[in-house]
Design a protein around this ligand. Structure first.
Ligand code: AMP
Length: 298
């Protein structure tokens, strides 16, 4: 496994591997997994998928300052380079790109990638500028790594929708591959931020996955339930927890993230075989957790 601290090194390592592995099947296909580090099984699942499908696997670890708001957790975002590199090695990563902030942003930045519409809702509404930061850094990383496929978790479903829009709009020659959410055995979606939770907060946070599971079952089994009823039932379940402070619970179409008719049942959507997303963001103390379920109405 090679570790690149600079853009120049990353490009050179990847070019070398592309030449070396050109003959083998999928040999010079570059699979890319961008992360902010403090890696867990969710990240590992993306690396495994990339390893299965691509001859060259590149992981980036970069806590991207421009996607954090002024009062967010940039300064305390958890880091553990040694454990991350060990996990990367175990998962068979070929190149780890581990740039500094100065390497990624060496001069005053005057270019921003903005995806409109999809970023007005959910986390985009609660975290102004967040998706500009994400789209800008992912564009930069795509230009540096030049991946054929890039693997992203459905845990950040809005991010997947935004990046899919971006690569089509800007003709980026990369396939965005969404991968399923990895959860703890008790249902909590894995997140680097789970480390912030106290034992009590962690135990109450199980209400998130539980309420999403129950709502999914209800959508799948009853034909006359409305989006408003679903959202209300999830809200009520979460409000039982005294430690939970709801940022949003929303149900939208997916991947367009368009509003649904809240008082109407889902029969029209069922006819067209559309998908919906039920997404939530909830704070436990100062820790903001997100989770979602994407439900196909086929
Ligand atoms: P992050 O390091 O949090 O920026 O995440 C890097 C990538 O890992 C993103 O594509 C996330 O969606 C994905 N990811 C984070 N948590 C999970 C999870 N529990 N299951 C699947 N993918 C995840």
């Amino acid at each position: 496994m090679r570790i690149a601290a600079t853009i120049k090194e990353a490009r050179a390592f990847i070019a070398e591997l592309r030449t070396e592995r050109a003959g083998a099947e999928s040999g010079n296909v570059v699979g890319f997994v961008p992360t902010m580090g403090y890696l867990h099984e969710g990240h590992a699942s993306l690396l495994r998928r990339a390893r299965q499908e691509c001859g060259i696997v590149v992981l980036s670890i970069f806590v991207n300052p421009i996607q954090f708001g002024p009062n967010e957790d940039l300064d305390r975002y958890p880091r553990s380079e040694e454990a991350d590199l060990a996990l990367a090695e175990r998962e068979g990563v070929d190149v780890v790109f581990l740039p500094s902030v100065e390497e990624m942003y060496p001069q005053e930045r005057r270019t921003t990638v903005t995806v409109t519409g999809l970023t007005d809702v959910l986390c985009g509404a609660s975290r102004p500028g967040h998706f500009d930061g994400v789209a800008t850094v992912v564009s930069k990383l795509f230009h540096i790594i030049k991946p054929d496929r890039a693997f992203f978790g459905a845990k950040d479903a809005q991010q997947v929708a935004v990046l899919q829009q971006m690569v089509v709009d800007l003709n980026m020659d990369v396939e965005i591959v969404p991968c399923p959410i990895v959860r703890e055995a008790d249902g909590l979606a894995l997140s680097s931020r789970n480390v912030y939770l106290s034992a009590e907060q962690r135990s109450e946070a199980l209400v998130l996955s539980r309420s999403l599971r129950e709502a999914t079952a209800r959508i799948e089994s009853s034909t006359d339930v409305t989006p408003r009823q679903i959202v209300e039932s999830v809200r009520q379940a979460i409000e039982v927890s005294p430690l939970a402070e709801i940022d949003y619970v929303q149900m939208l179409s997916f991947p367009a993230l368009a509003p649904l008719k809240h008082e109407e049942d889902l029969s029209e959507l069922r006819k067209s075989g559309a998908s919906v997303i039920l997404a939530l963001a909830v704070k436990f103390g100062s820790t903001r957790l997100i989770d979602n379920a994407i439900i196909s109405l086929k």
